[in-house]
Design a binder for this molecule. Structure first.
Ligand code: NAI
Length: 477
């Protein structure tokens, strides 16, 4: 059992319900269960301390138990204040793993949880990180930077030096710990073998660090496995976007006009879902290739400013900032719905809504708010601008998360296996295509799919091995 000081969840009495849902999810997650079967006896993660910062859902619980079965010693937190499923968190604690996560954390609590999940009871840190969006990686990098400056000339981080509310909390967390343990982050970095990153936004942050030369440990980009971004981001959002909108508002989608901002992987799945529900679907894009793809699917491509006063629903999927601003919302129809499915809440101008005198915030229910403008019209904002599929619904379904998390597990095993070989430098890597194909293969049986096999003469005619890989690295699927 986990001592009380080593976990914090909403309600341990939910553990039994969590376990029941976990056992249903396991049947829908064939890739993870196959890895347990294949590697469980060998314990390839034996001796590895794994810290995870990834939505603490039922599906993540199956990932955690897979890593545990492979030998890992784990601590976990969520990567979003609204995404935890409290019954899943309770079930994981009941089974002996430290979790710091509950649905509806404050931002202060969020960074406390991340910090606690990074600190084993002996004071040391993790060997490996599973990150989603890069917040655990960010905290470690900022802590490390602060300690170097502190050791050099006694500089203490100054939370008031930034206007960014979240970054203030990062600096505060580091500042609070500095006097008692001025080598904490340096020691953590020394120990760290690497991180595997789940999502587009986190990968952008890692690539940025690698480019500046400031990345402190190797990283595997799980997002860009084909069996991750072309499945989770597309088909996961195709499922969980309408789920979130409908659970939050119960609005009829058919006949409505919906604007999807961004037509990347997430935007493609989101737009398909809206079209399938009978909504007139419009796309805003900056990239001409994605815009042309949208045209080929029959979507009208148009800037937000041209249509914002005509749409019933606007959804942001860009991973960029400042997409729907307060002045845009001022022009929207009464009770138009605004939601974000990208990683961070800065796609929608929440600060503008919250801080403008005269705009009134009315809670309809948790994660559903009506902002009333001085002229009397209102907009309905989902999940306070945070990813609505996890805030207002339960995120992606198990089957597609099995694809993503099978890649996560393979990445963790690979980093640990190669920890002393020097194979990975402080850079961002992707898994080899054979593993990508393996992940897909592990999910075919459950769907009743049967592959055609290449004859050896066919294989040599197209220049591949009969068992794969079947495509060159440059192939785009
Ligand atoms: P992507 O890079 O494939 O797509 C983003 C698209 O937005 C690009 O095509 C880009 O050109 C476009 N864009 C950028 N700025 C824009 C602007 N100002 N106006 C209109 N379009 C703009 O990225 P992907 O994989 O689709 O991910 C998008 C976001 O969703 C990321 O933050 C990612 O981390 C997150 N994500 C969320 C998931 C969820 O379950 N909620 C699942 C997977 C990813």
């Amino acid at each position: 059992t986990v001592p009380e000081s080593e976990y914090k969840v909403a309600d341990m009495s939910l553990a039994e319900f969590g376990r029941a849902e976990l056992s249903i999810a396991e049947v829908e997650m064939p890739g993870l269960m196959a890895l347990r079967e294949e590697m469980g006896a060998d314990k390839p993660l034996a001796g590895a301390r794994v810290m995870g910062s990834l939505h603490m859902t039922v599906q993540t619980a199956v990932l955690i138990e897979t890593l545990k079965e492979l030998g890992a010693d784990l601590r976990w937190c969520s990567c979003n204040i609204f995404s935890t499923q409290d019954h899943a968190a309770a079930a994981i604690v009941a089974a002996g793993t430290s979790v710091f996560a509950w649905k509806g954390e404050t931002l202060e609590e969020y960074w406390w949880c991340t910090n606690r999940a990074l600190s084993w009871a002996d004071g040391g840190g993790p060997d490996l990180i599973v990150d989603d969006g890069g917040d655990a990686t960010l905290l470690i990098h900022e802590g490390f930077k602060a300690e170097i400056a502190y050791a050099k000339d006694g500089t203490i981080p100054d939370p008031s030096s930034t206007d960014n509310a979240e970054f203030k909390l990062v600096l505060q967390t580091i500042k609070d710990g500095l006097p008692t343990d001025p080598k904490r982050w340096t020691k953590m970095v020394d120990r760290l073998v690497g991180v595997s990153e789940e999502t587009t936004t986190g990968v952008h942050r890692l690539i940025e660090r690698a480019r500046e030369g400031s990345l402190l440990f190797p990283a595997i980009n799980v997002n860009d496995c084909v069996t991750k971004s072309k499945f989770d981001n597309v088909y996961g959002c195709r499922h969980s976007l309408p789920d979130g909108i409908m659970r939050a508002t119960d609005v009829m989608l058919a006949g409505k006009t919906v604007l999807i901002c961004g037509y990347g992987d997430v935007g493609k799945g989101s737009a398909q879902a809206m079209k399938a529900a009978g909504a007139r679907t419009l796309i805003a894009e900056v990239d001409p290739i994605c815009a042309l793809q949208a045209c080929m699917e029959g979507f009208q491509v148009i800037p937000l400013a041209d249509v914002i006063d005509q749409v019933d629903i606007v959804i942001t999927t860009t991973g960029n900032k400042d997409i729907v601003m307060k002045d845009d919302m001022a022009r929207m129809k009464n009770n138009a719905i605004i939601g974000n499915i990208g990683h961070f809440d800065n796609e929608i101008d929440m600060a503008g809504l919250e801080n403008t005198p005269g705009i009134k915030k009315v809670e309809i229910k948790p994660q559903v708010h009506r902002f009333v403008f001085p002229d009397g019209h209102a907009v309905i904002v989902l999940a306070e601008g945070r990813l609505l599929n996890l805030g207002c619904a339960t995120g992606h379904p198990s089957f597609v998360m099995s694809c993503s998390f099978t890649n996560q597990t393979l990445a963790q095993v690979e980093l640990w296996k190669e920890r002393t070989s020097g194979k990975y430098e402080n850079n961002v890597y992707i898994l080899p295509k054979v593993l990508d194909e393996k992940v897909a293969r592990l999910h075919l049986g459950k769907l009743g799919a049967k592959l055609t096999e290449l004859t050896s003469s066919q294989a040599s005619y197209i220049g591949v091995k009969p068992e794969g890989p079947f495509k060159p690295e440059s192939y785009r699927y």
